[in-house]
Design a protein around this ligand. Structure first.
Ligand code: SAM
Length: 232
């Protein structure tokens, strides 16, 4: 089981466990940057996509094409009734809003809004953007806390878009994969930028290790599909 990077923060900065974790994480990031091209997955665009929603693109880093691919992934899981959708890292709630609008299933939005890319101001935007969407449940927790205290049943679509380094992405993939069912889609954002080389490495390793299929891979978003139950 991978270590939850946020659990490590319980130790003071000088603690040997935290120092060792940070040093290892830095080495991995360096290796991921050096081998950025080695960890590339083939591009794969879907030709028949749902229409682009009329979203406020200034409040999200997700592009119209990526949003269409997310909505496509959501539609692929609609037959999995009694499952939920999870977004890890919601920021201002633009993707949250459009994914929730496209389904009657529950969308569990996981974001602690404690810094790390999500401020109190972002939280106010988030609340405005999900207002009136009765199928959105906000878990104001970190990814690890939310996964450990999970009570919403099987997950059929997980959109991982929190911290874009190896330690966090690899942890998120492992923690949330354990809660998915056969046919689920794992979508990871920011997989093709050298500044987030660790995220690309984590996704590449998950793909190689688990035998997940590459469902789609438009620029900077990778979607893997779980065809069996033995992901670990
Ligand atoms: C890149 S933004 C998410 C963007 C959003 N998915 C969208 O498409 O507009 C990253 C978010 O991750 C959140 N975050 C940071 N660390 C997190 C963690 N450990 N668990 C869950 N969310 C986290 C931040 O609060 C921030 O709002």
């Amino acid at each position: 089981m991978k270590t939850d990077p946020f659990a490590i923060k319980q130790y003071p900065k000088w603690h040997p466990i935290r120092l060792a974790f940070t040093a290892k994480a830095r080495l991995i990031e360096r290796e991921a940057r050096e081998n950025f091209h080695k960890y590339a997955l083939p591009e794969k665009n879907i030709s028949t996509l749902p229409p682009t929603p009329n979203a406020d693109w200034s409040n999200t880093a997700v592009t119209p094409s990526q949003m269409q691919h997310l909505l496509y992934a959501l539609s692929m899981t609609e037959h999995l009734t009694d499952t939920v959708i999870v977004e890890v890292g919601c920021f201002r709630g633009i993707t949250t809003q459009y994914l929730a609008r496209a389904t009657s299933r529950k969308l569990i939005a996981v974001d602690p809004f404690i810094g790390y890319g999500g401020s109190e101001e972002d939280y106010q935007h988030f609340k405005n953007n999900i207002a009136g969407l009765s199928n959105v449940v906000h878990e104001r927790k970190t990814s690890g806390e939310a996964a450990r205290t999970w009570q919403y049943g099987p997950v059929s679509l997980i959109f991982i878009d929190a911290l874009h380094d190896y330690a966090n992405t690899a942890f998120d993939i492992e923690a949330w994969s354990a809660l998915t069912i056969k046919g689920a889609v794992l979508a990871m954002h920011d997989t093709d930028r050298v500044e987030f080389a660790g995220t690309r490495k984590a996704v590449f390793e998950a793909y190689k290790r688990t035998g997940l299929d590459l469902l789609a891979h438009p620029d900077n978003l990778t979607l893997l599909c779980k065809l069996n139950n033995d992901v670990s």
